[in-house]
Ligand binder design. Structure first.
Ligand SMILES: [Zn+2]
Length: 196
């Protein structure tokens, strides 16, 4: 694996800790709520009669943090660097309202997958973009042969600048900066020009 500059390592490290921290915090709140409310709850006429309903309710309360903390997406994310072997774009139909899909809330969605050959020679498939189909400019961003970098915790997968390029995209915040600046002028992180 490439040796990342310290500030980028630090960015990924704190991105890993954040969902874990939020998850633990939410579970503590759930536990506190459980301790404070269970006596009253199980004494209410209905739940005293049907204990299982009370159990189910608390099971939900303890499960919710799994979804709101982002811990699932945190587990599936990873840092990668390599050369694009293939770009696959799939267009699907999604709805803004998943509970009540209607004609008005339906939209076409593009998802971009990259097959990236990493330094160890193995190719892996990564989902790098998912959004409305009319954001057409994203579709030509990635091309076979481009070298890309994605940092754990970043929303972006950036194309590494070629020797002739004068601009570089920040792997943390995604904005494009003059290659000579070394550091991103928006977030201050090292630009991905350290990989030659
Ligand atoms: Zn930046």
């Amino acid at each position: 694996m490439i040796d990342l500059p310290d500030d980028l390592k630090k960015f990924s490290r704190s991105a890993k800790l954040k969902p874990v921290f939020i998850f633990i915090l939410c579970e503590c709140v759930s536990a506190l709520f459980f301790v404070l409310s269970r006596d009253i709850m199980y004494q209410t006429e209905y739940i005293a009669k049907y204990n299982a309903i009370g159990h189910a309710m608390y099971a939900v309360i303890f499960t919710v943090p799994l979804f709101i903390s982002g811990i699932f997406s945190a587990l599936s994310d990873k840092t990668f660097y390599g050369t694009i072997e293939k770009v696959k774009i799939s267009t699907t139909v999604d709805s803004l309202n998943s509970f009540k899909p209607s004609k008005e809330t339906r939209y076409r969605k593009n998802t971009i997958y990259l097959f990236v050959k990493e330094e160890n020679g193995e190719a892996e498939k990564f989902k790098v973009y998912s959004g409305r189909a009319n954001d057409g400019q994203f579709l030509e961003t990635y091309n076979t042969g481009d070298r890309v970098l994605h940092l754990y915790g970043s929303k972006y997968t950036v194309i590494l600048p070629k020797p002739s390029d004068t601009m570089a995209q920040c792997a943390v915040c995604g904005i494009t900066t003059d290659i000579n600046e070394q550091l991103c002028h928006k977030c201050g992180h090292t630009l991905p020009t350290f990989i030659s």
